[in-house]
Design a protein around this ligand. Sequence first.
Ligand code: VGL
Ligand code: ZN
Length: 208
Amino acid sequence: MKALLLIDIQNGFCPGGNLPVPDGDAIVPIANALIENGSYDVIVASQDWHPANHGSFASQHPGSKPFDMGTLSGQPQVLWPDHCVQGTPDADFHPDLNTDAIDYIQQKGENPAVDSYSAFRDNDQAAITGLAGYLRAQQVTELDICGLATDYCVKFSALDAVSMLPGVKVCFIEDASRGIDPAGVRAAIEEMRASGIAIVKSSQILAD
Ligand code: VGL
Ligand code: ZN
């Protein structure tokens, strides 16, 4: 069974959102083409879903401003602008994303005391989400991952897919993803490649 995992294709990470990824909305037509291509048995999407007092927000750290380094759950933490607050338009999927065919939505980042870049588990790895169990139950053997942002949530989700779903072939779809920082994107791609993740283009999938 082949699955597509769409990471955080939300207003908050697109131009006009609270934590915009440059050109983030450019991936929406590509994601839709992948969704509508018919080659996936299972389509899942993650949604960054923070309470208003989430500890990754600079607003919760007096004297800090967005993009400063701070600490959260005992780890170094980039302090972000308030983003993807539960129930706000910033947390909605991009309005043009075809969500009709999504079989399972994994919300994450709900615990104010820890961030959760990965759709599979919190950054401190103390708590897991239901996503790995869902994909195992669907007997997924191939998992293609794309979305926002390559250097954060996409990378950590892909690395966790490799470690939490042994035997599953994991691919990163480069042109269906965008990142926050160009150097961070290059490093993320090398880290994924070194972990055995195949770096592919949507055209390779759509041509099959
Ligand atoms: C993300 C920073 C903070 C992401 C989420 O989706 O990559 N990045 N929260
Ligand atoms: Zn977040």
